[in-house]
Ligand binder design. Structure first.
Ligand code: PHE
Length: 329
């Protein structure tokens, strides 16, 4: 019985049971040899042996119960839960700020009646340049430093404008009102306002009697919806081989309110994209007769627009994948 009190686990209990209640245990041997006990003593011996057996069984069960209780106690202490502790919020995933800006821009143009048209990021030089009126060796190619693939004539698109040709060729001679959102790539020295990869949203409208006033109105209305009624834009004459006339669209710098700061490099304005009337050669390449049809096009930079909206001072934050930056949106 003393040995039983020393027992600490299930295995030892089993050992004890075998020794004291198993087939070769002394008390069990008494039952086994009942036949050799004189008849007149059998009842007495049997009763005694039974009492011993029951006492052993009870002692075993008692010890087993104590061990079970102790084990439960230990488990409860180890797994104690303080329900009064404040909860911990799990980390939530979310859309990348550039994606958010892209979605917002698309939503505004969709409201104005534009449809989204998808166009590939890996393009032919023909689509990216030639058909947009930029022949090989044309000095304007220097405007877009290109990432080439190992396949001659296949490049990463440097702008979303090749999508203009794809959309026109699919839809000619019907009127077009599409936006082409997506990533573009440039082999460029990076700085606070230039990255090697960024998004663009191309805008294309083709039909009869489309004028520069339509282009201006569309972009001004976009700026007001994106930045509020007081958002100011300005159009600066510019040059693109695939538009004529061409312009650059600037937004008043939100950070300094037009006074001039580091982000707008003192000018008070931040360029958000290029635009113009679709060049007759490009219309023709797309399958539209420039004598009958006209169109406008624009290419906006969602990251630039997000920078204005959220006062982000360096475009390189977008693809640096720093969680401290991404978490803020
Ligand atoms: N594709 C031009 C660029 O990336 C922008 C642009 C688009 C200009 C459409 C005019 C019309 O610089």
């Amino acid at each position: 019985m003393d040995a039983l009190q020393q027992i600490q686990d299930e295995a030892q209990l089993v050992g004890w049971r075998t020794a004291h209640l198993g087939r070769s245990a002394p008390v069990m041997q008494v039952f086994a040899r009942m036949g050799s006990i004189p008849k007149e003593l059998r009842q007495q011996v049997g009763q005694k042996a039974n009492q011993v057996k029951v006492a052993l069984e009870n002692a075993l069960e008692e010890r087993a119960a104590v061990l079970r209780r102790e084990a439960l106690e230990r488990k409860l202490t180890a797994e104690r839960l303080d329900v009064t502790l404040p909860g911990r919020l799990p980390a939530f995933g979310r859309a990348h700020p550039a994606t958010q800006a892209l979605d917002e821009i698309c939503a505004i143009f969709i409201e104005m009646g534009f449809q989204i048209y998808r166009s590939p990021e890996v393009e032919t030089e023909e689509m990216n340049f030639e058909l947009l009126n930029i022949p090989a060796h044309h000095p304007a190619r220097d405007m877009w430093d290109t990432f080439h693939t190992t396949t001659p004539g296949v490049i990463l698109r440097t702008h979303t404008s090749p999508g203009q040709i794809r959309a026109m060729r699919e839809m000619a001679p019907n009127p077009i009102r599409v936006i082409l959102p997506g990533m573009v790539y440039r082999y460029e020295q990076t700085n606070a306002s230039h990255e090697m990869q960024f998004n663009q949203v191309e805008l294309l409208a083709v039909g009869q009697h489309i004028t520069f006033a339509d282009l201006k109105g569309t972009l001004e209305s976009f700026a007001r919806r994106m930045f509020g009624e007081n958002a100011r834009t300005r159009f600066r004459p510019s040059y693109f081989p695939f538009t004529e006339p061409s312009a650059e669209v600037d937004m008043e710098c939100f950070i300094c309110g037009g006074k001039g700061c580091g982000v707008c490099r003192g000018s008070g304005w931040l360029e958000i994209g290029g635009c113009g009337m679709v060049h007759p050669v490009v219309l023709q390449n797309g399958g539209y007769d420039p004598a009958v049809y006209s169109g406008f096009a624009a290419g906006l930079g969602p990251e630039r627009i997000a920078m204005l909206k959220y006062h982000i001072e360096d475009i390189r934050y977008f693809w640096a994948n720093d969680i401290r930056f991404l978490e803020q949106f």
